[in-house]
Design a binder for this molecule. Sequence first.
Ligand code: FES
Length: 562
Amino acid sequence: MGYMTIDGIEVEFTDESNVLSVIRKADIDIPTLCYHSELSVYGACRLCTVENDRGKTFASCSERPRDGMVIYTNTPRLMKYRKMILELLLSAHCRDCTTCIKSGECHLQELAHRMGVTSIGYENKKTQYPIDMSSPAIVRDPNKCILCGDCVRMCDNVQHVNAIDFAYRGTEALVTPAFDKTIAETDCVNCGQCRAVCPTGAISINTNIEVIWEALADKNVKVIAQIAPAVRVAVGDAFGLARGENVMGKIVNVMHRMGFDEVYDTAYGADLTVMEESKELLERLTSGEKLPLFTSCCPAWVSYCESHYPELVDHISTCRSPMQMFGAVMQEYYKEPKKNGGKQILSVAVMPCTAKKAEILRGESKTDGKQDVDYVLTTTELITMIKKTGIRFENLDIESSDMPFGIGSGAGIIFGNTGGVTEAVLRRLTDGHNRSDMDRIRHSGVRGEEGIKELTFPYKDREIRAAVVSGLGNADELIKRIKSGEAEYDFVEVMACHRGCVMGGGQPVQAGPRTRAARAKGLYDTDINTQIKKSNENPLTVTLYNTLLKGKEHKLLHRNME
Ligand code: FES
């Protein structure tokens, strides 16, 4: 512990690893472009520069706090310096801010506005590069890159994917896949975490907004939507509502008003996943084969396993993801003319995830050769669409999701948090359903935002050994331990994004620690307020198994591997 003086005020520090964190603790929002608390310190942008009592300037993100330090964060010299840095960055940046997809969400734009940059006195002489649209999930525009390196460190240090890196030197320096390949030609898993940390429009979502507007206006098309659990706790703060507030009811209302014919809840699909995955786990525990069973809900994880650990692909559950199960069930349901009204069915999934845009295109995501989900809209795209309508989202009344797929259990809702799938499976495998049974599972070690969690849970005359991992780098570490024999599990939940889908690559960006915690709490609070806690007690699930799914469980709920 120690004390620093910041702008004349004494501030205590304890375990803060750099001066910047102490400044932020003192509620001073000092500008940064290349600092993220979860990435290694790069110190390239120099925007966080401060001055000490001897007039020395230094980057606060790269300096350890020392007892007795005296610093100033907002002297005229520093203000001028920061403005100049921004002007230089913008001088080599394309200037189509008004038409940029990141406009309004762009950190560079926000800082330029804050620092009073009103004109740029330099000509942009930088080589112009083609925009990489090869991925169904993300778009790379090198002309908007400011070389902060956030995406590179995310892809390399945190996700262990290494799809992009710095290339060339000096004014030719560039962030790009190796050998100037397109992003689709790399091992990119489409997780979108590079986009989540990119402060500009250099990495953005490959959007499907226009085609959805067209479908909504077409009288011959019935547009059916499903909403993933994590979406409902990330939309509200874009409209001035409390962070993490569950606004599912308002989302359903606004989507109806936008022209979506039916709006369902993917938590229902998650319930189907729990049913099938629990069954698969018990079968593998009995046979002792292909253990541990890895979850299959996260498409970025499935892609990562295929490219980095192909020998483990057989260990991944054969279950489709909740989105895909729901997609297949809906297509089956709407086959009947009575249900589709003679119209073409367009199935749209609103997801917190960019990788879902790639998942729907995979061969195994098709039934009888047809895509089960036609388009994925990320949370960010949905927010953009709502804003375009001008509807005052914050003032809307709530509406319930449509039937017959409108009810998801609490177990399905918590899928959006890391540990949610495991908790839901343990609920399914537990006979009881009262509060103490649920509490026992909740306190088993399954909750919390750590990247790797381990737990054991009694089941009949044995124990189930489980691990919960979020972040692909953590998955990589865990797999190495499993392969070396250092760790042994029966069940491993993997989510590619740290903390799970609530922090997915399609969620609104710039989510700090308070937003992250609020989103997780929003889902757990929703579970608390839900009467049906277990997937096998969802009456709609039970009915479906006895009707539409009869004899078709494998075809509609498991991945088509042919
Ligand atoms: Fe410190 Fe960029 S935030 S140098």
